[in-house]
Ligand binder design. Structure first.
Ligand code: BDR
Ligand code: CA
Length: 313
């Protein structure tokens, strides 16, 4: 059984990934932690509670960071054009959900849960990396206590999606992401190189909803404006970014990877760019040396990934 904490900013593709984690028989979802990103943390937390209620997800939801790891960073606007004004594609969502959040902040929930399950927890982070960075800052030892970290974020050999060189989750908090990449734990980076090539068609999702009943119908409903947004890049479908990271946890054989040290550019024209120095390539001494080796996904069996998401959901 894979014990997972899901750190997320729901978010349309985050919602699909949540349903995948909840329904996969080999995954034990220990908790959902929220972060700002696709909307404010108030909104992403409300959305997580809404989806927990609609889908009967038993695990706790812990509210996380509302601002970047470096508080002096200027706030970026919410991507309402992508995820809607309410973060869930503008479907009707109650202002508040009558369910409690965990009393602890997300970073403390992460620390406590990792310490209670040493060597067993995989952190799957699909929003800004702020909660993970705060957890590391407050308790650096958790780096040696987690089983692994899988993130959706970054881009290495393809362009970014919020700047020519940067992907949204990394660009939204580059200092946090650089800390995550350079810490002494094993990070698997599932970025745009693979998620940008993994799309689910509108009619494919409609067929899933027909077969899957009201819970999948909700997923389909909240995805419609996201699919409209993606029409400039995808023919009548959506990129399933965050689900790809979740699929990696259970089916890493569907991905091609390379290994090396990873850094994130913090500031300037390339703010949020992710860079890998592949192992075995030699350069003059620089900011790449003596860093932990991370795993970066460079290839994906997209159709198998999408079919797996469908079958599980
Ligand atoms: C990432 O940014 C968000 O819009 C998505 O939820 C995903 O996590 C893709 O760049
Ligand atoms: Ca996300």
């Amino acid at each position: 059984m894979h014990k997972v904490i899901y750190d997320t900013d729901p978010g349309v593709d985050d919602a699909m990934a949540l349903l995948f984690l909840h329904r996969h028989p080999g995954i034990d979802l220990l908790g959902v932690t929220t972060v700002f990103g696709n909307a404010s943390v108030d909104t992403t937390t409300r959305n997580a509670l809404f989806l927990k209620r609609e889908w009967n997800i038993p695990c706790p939801v812990a509210r996380g960071a509302s601002i970047t790891f470096d508080p002096s960073r200027q706030e970026r606007p919410w991507p309402t054009i992508v995820h809607g004004h309410n973060g869930l594609g503008n479907i009707a969502v109650p202002e508040t959900i009558d369910l409690p959040t965990d009393p602890r902040p997300a970073y403390q929930f992460i620390i406590d849960t990792v310490r209670a399950n040493p060597g067993e927890v995989t952190l799957v982070a699909v929003g800004r990396m702020t909660n993970l960075a705060l957890a590391l800052k407050h308790d650096p030892e958790i780096a040696s206590l987690v089983k692994g970290v899988v993130i959706m974020g970054g881009n290495f050999y393809v362009p970014g999606n919020v700047s020519p060189v940067a992907e949204a989750n990394i660009h939204g908090d580059p200092e946090a992401a650089d800390l995550i990449m350079t810490a002494s734990w094993k990070v698997v980076v599932v970025g745009l190189d693979v998620t940008g090539a993994t799309t689910m068609g509108r009619s494919y999702l409609a067929d899933m909803a027909k077969a899957g009943g009201p819970s999948v119908q909700l997923l389909s409903d909240l995805s419609q404006s996201y699919i409209d947004f993606y029409s400039h890049l995808v023919e009548d479908g959506m990129m399933v970014h965050d689900s790809c990271a979740c699929v990696y946890v259970v089916a890493p054989e569907l991905f091609d990877t390379i290994e090396g040290s990873v850094r994130v550019v913090c500031g300037g024209i390339a703010d949020g760019q992710t860079i890998i120095k592949p192992n075995g390539r030699h350069f003059p001494p620089g900011d790449w040396d003596s860093l932990p080796s991370q795993i970066v996904c460079t290839g994906i069996r997209s159709q198998q990934v999408v079919d797996l998401i469908r079958d599980v959901i």
